[in-house]
Ligand binder design. Structure first.
Ligand code: TXE
Length: 479
């Protein structure tokens, strides 16, 4: 397929970078997906300046204008889901059905926030003083820097860009280096949606140059970041003195508890989907399967069989269930973790080796290990198709293990007991819980985010996104 030429977009114009980079297809390393413009700090500063200049007029634009623009973008994403899904599958490596669904979800997110632009309201309260009115309203924050990872190259940018624009902010968007073509394709749609020049800007390049310029700029009032814990914490430190508003979505080490009373088929389905689909490259992936002792053998034997039978291959092939790992570094990290787990004494149940296919790609057999809670494979985010099973003596023990992690994004339980499901929903120390569902796979219209080391700042998505993308004003009037 043809190689795309992708430029940056700032101040309403398409611009070349200071250097050119490429992205390749992880299913076929001989295929160059895109040649893209890489900006440096100076160019990023120009984009930030353009966003700052365009900000005030956009902030006072009518909600109808913002709603119309977002609706146009959402409509086009939905209409082109197959074509853009193919691009996503080529550049990131998720399977075609997963990729198409992601593009559709990005479209739905824009449509949701088109509605939110019109619904932005406030409150009017009686004052404690006679003859005084109090109004509480929401205003845009200003210039927002949006830093995205590679694993959801349409959906994550969508759930940052759409609310930012809906509430009247101007945007500088930096996609991850592995997926520039997806970022560019989204920007290209946004560039034709009738926004004034400078309101939306795309700047591609490295985290150290482009990302850091966003973090360091005094003109950027808010940063929304999704990525690794290390980078997220660094951003928090770097912005602390200026008091930039920061929202961080970082890692997960999500538990799926399987109790002895669970519907076994359903539990195995949840585990396979949650642990291995999207090649395990989801912050919501179920990487710890905490199984009650009484069904451990039966569960493990079924899960091992299902895992071993998963079809790993080229993301565009029809029968592929698990696409390739995103790049060589991530593949090496996954393989290293399988090695570390074995050295630490975990039992290797299935998978964990590289696979040869007709094309040169980063193919890996999903790996399953029977581990102990203190093993690194059970504590650290791996971000690949590597899951471990942990034994639990009882529900109480399972809950304790589920919460025994520095992370707190999501937690699932498979059970037919209402009592345990209800208790788990209340006591799991996470931002999202799932009962008889995989931990991965969430709705776009409700809050997304976690606790502990997984997240910082207010929630993304749904109506709760207003917390981050607006600032509240309290106005007093003497009648
Ligand atoms: O993340 P980074 P990477 C985890 C996962 C993965 C690891 C590394 O474990 O193996 O992170 O992935 C930009 N200032 N997750 O390298 O480096 C960077 O260019 C500002 C989990 O992709 O955190 C990219 O756009 N920005 C996660 C974004 O930050 C900087 C999803 C994320 O990059 C920057 C992705 C800097 N100094 C990775 N340095 C999840 N749980 O969802 C980098 N960036």
């Amino acid at each position: 397929m043809a190689t795309l030429a992708c430029k940056n977009f700032f101040n309403g114009r398409w611009e070349t970078g200071v250097t050119t980079g490429i992205s390749t297809n992880p299913s076929d390393l001989d295929e160059v997906v895109a040649e893209y413009a890489r900006a440096d700090r100076n160019q990023t500063d120009l984009a930030i300046r353009a966003a700052a200049d365009a900000g005030p007029a956009w902030a006072f634009s009518t909600p109808q204008r913002r709603a119309d623009a977002l609706d146009t973008i959402g409509h086009e994403l939905l209409a082109r889901r197959d074509e853009l899904g193919t691009l996503l599958a080529r550049e990131e490596g998720k399977t075609l059905p997963e990729a198409t669904a992601e593009v559709a979800r990005a479209g739905q997110i824009f449509k949701f926030f088109a509605g939110e632009a019109l619904r932005t309201g406030g409150e009017r309260l009686a004052s404690t003083r006679v003859g005084v009115d109090v109004e509480v309203t929401r205003e845009p924050v200003g210039v927002v820097g949006l830093i995205a990872p590679w694993n959801f190259p349409f959906a994550i940018p969508a759930w940052k860009i759409a609310p930012a624009l809906a509430f009247g902010n101007s945007v500088v968007f930096k996609p991850a280096e592995l997926v520039p073509a997806c970022g560019w394709a989204l920007a290209e749609i946004i560039s034709r949606a009738g926004l004034p020049a400078g309101v939306f800007n795309l700047v591609m390049g490295s985290g150290r140059q482009v990302g850091q310029a966003l973090v360091d700029s005094p003109l950027v009032q808010a940063i929304s970041f999704t990525g690794s814990v290390g980078t997220g914490r660094q951003i928090l430190k770097d912005t602390a003195e200026r008091g930039t508003k920061v929202q961080l979505e970082m890692g997960g080490k999500n538990p799926l508890v399987v109790l002895a009373d669970a519907d076994l088929d359903q539990a195995v389905d949840c585990a396979v989907q949650g642990a291995f689909f999207s090649t395990g490259q989801r912050c919501t992936a179920s990487s710890r399967l905490i199984v009650e002792n009484r069904i451990l053998d039966r569960f493990v034997s079924r899960l091992r069989e299902r895992t071993g039978a998963l079809k790993v291959g080229h993301a565009l092939q029809r029968d592929t269930q698990i696409g390739p790992v995103v790049d060589a570094q991530q593949l090496q990290q996954n393989l290293e973790y399988v090695g570390i787990a074995r050295e630490e004494g975990a039992e290797h149940l299935v998978g964990g080796e590289t696979l040869e296919r007709a094309t040169r790609g980063h193919f890996m057999a999903p790996a399953l290990l029977l581990a102990e809670p203190q093993h690194r494979v059970a504590r650290e985010e791996i971000f690949g198709p590597v899951a471990c099973v942990l034994r639990a003596d009882s529900y109480e023990h399972a809950l304790e293990l589920a919460n025994d992690t520095p992370f707190g994004l999501c937690a699932g339980i498979c059970t037919t007991s209402l009592k345990h499901a209800t208790h788990f929903k209340r006591h799991a120390q996470v931002g999202m819980t799932m009962v008889n569902l995989p931990t991965a796979g969430v709705d776009h219209h409700v809050p997304f985010g976690g606790r502990k080391a997984s997240s910082h700042g207010s929630r993304e998505q749904g109506r709760y996104a207003a917390e981050f993308y607006t600032t509240v004003k309290t106005a007093y009037t003497q009648a």
